[in-house]
Design a protein around this ligand. Structure first.
Ligand SMILES: [Zn+2]
Length: 111
């Protein structure tokens, strides 16, 4: 499996979790008490959870050096075609390289 495939897999799992959560939360809002304050709290909670899921995607560690990939990982997981900048911003490993068998095995010497 390549690093890109593992990123896409992770992003898909996060998207599934977000959709499932939003469906449940939307049901709770619709079926819950007709109180604008309580509904407002539910909506706020939904936004916080979605922000947390996006934040989690931005903190995906590089399988090669274990440091956060940030937007590079997020972009690679959501782009249909490979881009020129599809590499780890820390260790420069390309996202089409194979995921190392031992996480962090390919860490660079500068660390
Ligand atoms: Zn790296």
């Amino acid at each position: 499996m390549t690093i890109r495939q593992s990123l896409v897999r992770r992003a898909n799992r996060a998207a599934s979790a977000a959709v499932l959560f939003l469906l449940v939360a939307a049901n709770l809002i619709v079926l819950g008490p007709r109180n604008i304050g309580i509904r407002g709290i539910f909506v706020l909670l939904m936004l916080v959870v979605v922000a947390a899921i996006v934040g989690q995607l931005l903190r995906i560690p590089c399988p090669n050096c274990q440091r956060s990939l940030g937007w590079a990982g997020f972009r690679a997981a959501h782009r249909a075609r490979p881009g020129d900048d599809d590499r780890c911003p820390n260790c420069q490993v390309g996202f089409d390289a194979q995921v190392p068998a031992v996480p962090g095995a390919g860490a660079d010497a500068s660390r």
